[in-house]
Design a protein around this ligand. Sequence first.
Ligand code: GDP
Ligand code: MN
Length: 357
Amino acid sequence: PPAIRKISEEHDKVFVSGCLEPDTSRPRANGAFVVLARNKELDGVIQSIKSIERHFNRWYHYPYVFLNDGEFNSTFKETVQNYTSGTVEFGKVDHDMWGYPDWLDPKVWKEGIAKQGDAAVMYGGLESYHAMCRFYSGFFYKHPLLAKYEWYWRLEPEIKYFCDITYDPFLAMIDNNKTYGFTIAVKELKETVPNIFRYASAYKRLNNITSQGLWEMFTEPPEIDSDAVEGEKYNMCHFWSNFEIARLDFFRSKEYEDFFQMMDKSGGFWMERWGDAPIHSLAAGILLAPRDIHYFRDFGYRHTTIQHCPANAPARQLPRDPFLEKTTSDERKRLEEDRYWDEWDAPKENGVGCRCR
Ligand code: GDP
Ligand code: MN
């Protein structure tokens, strides 16, 4: 799509290219890894820590903030501390950030969630997943443990980095005046966000916000008989938020807060299964410009079935991956769409800005 091409070619270059020795000459930025997890996810968390430590943090030693709506047990805390090279803090997410809506009749939202479960909306029937998405949409950046930070790098259980990251992406984003960084953009499952665009679009219109060029990445002209809003419809594209490096300022702004409040009041986090990924993306589309966004096309990254691998990008052969053979047709479709997005920007030579293995 033209808009993502715009991000990469006109406004956004890879920060560093070539195989480099890790550059640790400058002081760290004021940033941290943020990991939301449960005790039972310890193995997946350790997998992710091993990967980010091996490929980046053993040189940079950024701190970690672990958050949980429950209490982390001592096994979790001790094990995590054994694998991290930066300082680690553990925090609880209180009810005011992990709430279920008190302004909605519990019968109504619980029924709404049950219906989504019956309709097999992905994670739609899981109350906790709804709460998680809402937390990452409107609260994580307000958590007391993040108050001292200006930047965060989101880390999830069971992810993998393939390439050494030999420069500091926080500093690179600061140097280049970037606000939000992603590495994979995919299409959302329509049934999780039937009305999200109606509300996002209303926020934009009610506040008289004109696009700075990024909105077009998320919109397309409607078909003749569609339910378009203001002559536009959501094309389902979103930055896949399980990886994110961003300025917390963006989320802490009045504009973002107003946006979140309006989205929250619609009930869409409960009556639909809005993910934090489309929420962050549509907010960016409204409030930011392409030049504020960075596509980390040099980061090799995998989360479950979707990956971005700079070394393989030019000639990726999906059927040859035995892991993919096992995926369902839906997942496969998403994968192919991921490849579609990536192809616009795949570096033409291997290992741009990194060493992959
Ligand atoms: P997926 O990536 O969309 O399949 O969803 P995940 O299960 O990976 O959840 C996204 C993130 O939220 C991960 O970091 C999870 O560890 C975390 N998460 C999801 N649900 C909960 C929950 O109920 N409690 C806590 N503490 N973390 C959760
Ligand atoms: Mn995940």
